[in-house]
Design a protein around this ligand. Structure first.
Ligand code: B12
Ligand code: SF4
Length: 515
């Protein structure tokens, strides 16, 4: 059926739930009386290449400098055929391609070349957080390259609900966010609800993932109430803006009444950034559940708070309203390192939060970030202590898993990156750093050892972890490369002998066990 606009989500996005952008923007355009089809090409491709999907994911990973050319060709040909069919079906005037993250640029460029070559008369735009290296990176290098090569007509930066309406509905290409930096949207309640009518539930492998049923991604707030130094969120959204909790609940109710979907994942940086909005949200859902024979399920990222800031009642009531999963960036068990990162919560907040989650029956997946340049032996021991002290919350299911990732990198577009020269200096090998001698003595050798030790302790204690074999594989390759580079460039041989470090760590574990 002919549409004015076709919005396409391309790889790489997760298949466990639809990527939200195209459905959010469809809602906005249709409210402006422009017909729009939101199409998730990523999920159609996934269904065609299911067996090879892990390889496709690894190939498109931005860090993969050596993608398999045959697989890339096959993926690209299949994706172009999928997109071609959809363009023929909808014959749109405008085509918008979503570049979800930097992992979408490699395949994105090929898609844009294909559409440009085969449909030169169509107006082509891109948007998404993959237009630059990081959110705070206002050079939008990928987007500018595409524009300069004539592959697109416009790129829309940042949150695009208003700029896309300006461009397509109001024919105003000079509005903020079009081919230049965005302007933060002041009133999120002024936007239309997301429109998931085009989302084909039968395509998604729901049953293989957490909730097991159709799940929509919704946005309650943008920006963050914190300013962690390694994070780029506050550069793009300088202010924390939230919808009222009642307004968010009404959108959930709308999707339930329209398509029977009762399960949601919030894209917010923090669902409890505003305690007022959080409380209004669960109250409104509870009231609706009381009157109807149904139950919501929802989850999202949240921040640790003390009992004084968020008492147990908030946990139990939100759980009753369906709040089941909370993603949590603990990042480090040492208060000192969290302070250096500006995480903004102390050990009491960690303790209170874990106890309350456990009592209320809400589970959490915790992110860690290892290898902070200021991390001392004592800070490292705090991470070990955490694994012993809170193992009970792994056992009772409260901590659903630990996402240990690899190690901390300096992401351009963050305060951490900008302060790099105050903290570290280049190591003897490329791409590496050592902490400035007057601050610490940390080198990649310790980062590698400590990361490995944490992995081993998790294994021994039976902690559930996320993607750990893949992360540790990458750490091993990094370590091998580091040793090789050290030897070649500094004529310094590093051995795998960590006896001294092992002894220190094991002595510390002994004191924990005896305590
Ligand atoms: C939810 C989420 C995820 C989910 C994805 C769920 C899914 N279905 O794929 C999970 C946890 C799996 C995930 C994974 C990753 N993510 Co993520 N994720 C987010 C998060 C928190 C919200 C994204 C979202 O849904 N927003 C809601 C929708 C409506 O907004 P949106 O996608 O940004 O779209 C808006 C604009 O970008 C723009 N837009 C988007 N597309 C288009 C298209 C057109 C044509 C136009 C005009 C405009 C436009 O308009 C939209 C409406 O305002 C963001 C951070 C944030 N708060 O935004 C990070 C974020 C997008 N993720 C990021 C990254 C790096 C990743 C990962 C690579 C790894 C990682 N470190 O987490 C992987 C990559 C995923 C993959 N498969 O390759 C970065 C991207 C940075 C970058 N420059 O690439 C972000 C910004 C977080 C960050 N600060 O680092 N992520
Ligand atoms: S709490 Fe999360 S989203 Fe907010 S600034 Fe810190 S890392 Fe970024």
């Amino acid at each position: 059926m002919k549409k004015q606009v076709l919005l396409i989500n391309i790889p790489l996005t997760e298949v466990k739930r639809p990527a939200a952008a195209v459905f959010h923007l469809k809602g906005q355009l249709e409210a402006g009386d422009v017909s729009c089809k939101a199409f998730d090409a990523n999920i159609v491709l996934y269904n065609q290449m299911k067996e090879k999907w892990p390889l496709v994911q690894a190939m498109l990973d931005f860090g993969n400098m050596d993608p398999d050319p045959d697989l890339l060709q096959e993926t690209s040909d299949k994706l172009n055929a999928i997109i071609d069919k959809e363009i023929q079906l909808t014959d749109p005037e405008w085509i918008g391609v979503s570049i979800f993250s930097i992992n979408s640029t490699l395949i994105g460029e090929r898609v844009l070349k294909y559409i440009r070559a085969n449909y030169p008369g169509k107006k082509l735009i891109i948007g998404g957080t993959g237009l630059g290296e990081a959110l705070g990176d206002t050079k939008f290098e990928f987007a500018n390259t595409m524009l300069n090569e004539g592959l697109i007509d416009y790129y829309l930066t940042g949150e695009a609900e208003i700029s896309i309406v300006e461009l397509i509905c109001k024919d105003n290409p000079n509005a903020a966010g079009i081919n230049r930096a965005p302007k933060q949207i002041a009133n999120l309640e002024g936007l239309a609800f997301a429109n998931y009518e085009d989302c084909d539930h039968s395509q998604y492998p729901w049953k293989d993932f957490d909730y097991g049923v159709p799940t929509y991604v919704l946005t309650g707030s943008r920006g963050c109430v914190r300013r962690c130094d390694f994070c780029d969120i506050y550069r793009l959204w300088p202010k924390f803006k939230t919808r009222g909790g009642e307004h968010i609940a009404k959108e959930m109710i709308h999707h339930y009444e329209q398509r029977g979907v009762d399960t949601f994942y919030m894209s917010d940086s923090l669902v409890n950034g505003s305690m007022k909005a959080f409380r209004d949200l669960y109250q409104t859902l509870l009231e609706y559940q009381d009157k109807h024979d149904m139950h919501f399920t929802w989850g999202g990222q949240f921040i640790a708070r003390t009992n004084e800031q968020m008492p147990l009642e908030d946990y139990t009531l939100s759980r009753q309203s369906g709040f089941r999963n909370a993603g949590w960036g603990l990042e480090h068990a040492s208060e000192n390192i969290r302070k250096a990162m500006r995480k903004g919560f102390d050990n009491k907040a960690v303790e209170d939060t874990l106890n309350n989650l456990s009592t209320a029956g809400i589970n959490t997946m915790i992110n860690f970030l290892f290898g902070h340049p200021l991390e001392t032996e004592e800070d490292f021991q705090e991470n070990i202590k955490f694994l012993y002290k809170y193992k009970k919350f792994n056992d009772d299911g409260t901590i659903a898993s630990l996402n240990l990732q690899q190690y901390l990198v300096f992401l351009p577009g963050t305060d951490f990156f900008d302060a790099k020269d105050d903290l570290v200096e280049p190591d003897k090998v490329r791409h590496r750093w050592v902490t400035k001698p007057h601050l610490n003595t940390l080198t990649f050798r310790e980062v590698y050892y400590r990361r490995k030790k944490i992995s081993e302790i998790c294994d021994e204690l039976g902690w559930r972890t996320y993607n750990e074999p893949v992360f540790m594989n990458m750490m091993e390759s990094q370590w091998t490369l580091y040793k090789k580079d050290m030897q070649e460039q500094a004529r310094l041989t590093l051995t795998d002998n960590f006896d001294k470090e092992e002894q220190n760590a094991n002595n510390f574990i002994k004191t924990l066990q005896e305590a």
